[in-house]
Design a protein around this ligand. Structure first.
Ligand SMILES: [Zn+2]
Length: 262
């Protein structure tokens, strides 16, 4: 069992998520791009690092691993076929791992990078709420840039996440929410759920509270990249592109290019 999932801020806008075993002083971190804030938190709270989960190879997700391993004997889970090699177990779609009695299913979600995986624990797997660690693929009100894949690949990966239990809590890596919401508002101006989300997110940031985790339900209602079949977004993409959008992947491609230059 886990008690709660704690954000350790790193760099300017990363969160390194940490959860501990309720039965011991063991802790697990997700995507430790920087070892220092993790070491400080572990020492302050008398914790032992037993597990590290990696979603993809980018240095702001992996650069802290070597130093953490020099201090703690942790099992490092990460994607197979990845430029990041410092893993003890390499994972791919369909694999399952167990951490503190929680069973996480592995999903391949390429697009941001080709090696990108997500860790999903559903409600029957020991977690009181379904929990998703999705790195830089699905963000609160946005999605990651496409560095290694193509738009159709990224769209398909996001659709896989969109089909998870709507109650699932979404733990992504960056606090990009306000900037994402500004774009979402430009692309989907008549969405009232989105307008409410902007107010709630601004309140949180003004009080220095993370806007994460999000939920799949909230993303389905407000994230333009999960709403490419909605009339409002089709219309926005068509006026942006000055052409008819044949399908949801075309709408997604237009929105992603628009956001890259927003
Ligand atoms: Zn990344």
């Amino acid at each position: 069992m886990i008690e709660k999932i704690h954000p350790i801020p790193a760099f300017t806008d990363n969160y390194i998520w940490l959860f501990k075993d309720s039965a011991s002083n063991n802790a697990c971190v997700v995507d430790p791009g920087d070892a220092e804030p993790v070491l400080a938190y572990l020492e302050e709270n008398g914790l032992n690092l037993s597990h590290i989960l990696i979603t993809h190879h980018h240095p702001d997700h992996t650069a802290g691993v070597a130093k953490l391993l020099s201090r703690y004997k942790a099992t490092v889970y990460g994607p197979s076929d990845s430029p990041f090699k410092n893993t003890s177990e390499r994972l791919q779609e369909g694999d399952e791992i167990e951490v503190y009695g929680l069973k996480f299913k592995i999903m391949n979600i390429p697009g941001h990078t080709l090696d990108h995986i997500a860790y999903f624990c559903d409600a029957s797997s020991g977690s009181p709420v379904p929990t998703l660690f999705c790195g830089d693929t699905l963000f609160a009100a946005g999605c990651g840039r496409i560095f290694e894949g193509n738009p159709a690949m990224m769209y398909e990966s996001l659709q896989k996440l969109a089909e998870l239990d709507p109650q699932s809590r979404v733990y992504c890596t960056h606090e990009y929410t306000l900037a994402n919401l500004a774009f979402a508002t430009a692309a989907d101006p008549e969405n009232t759920a989105l307008q409410e989300r902007v107010i709630a997110a601004k309140n949180k940031r003004e009080n220095d509270i993370p806007t994460l985790p999000s939920s799949i339900a909230l993303e389905l209602a407000t994230n333009p990249f999960l709403r490419c079949s909605e009339q409002g977004l089709i219309k926005s993409a068509e006026s942006r592109n000055e052409s008819t959008q044949a399908n949801a992947v075309d709408v997604f491609t237009t929105l992603r290019q628009w956001k890259d230059n927003f």
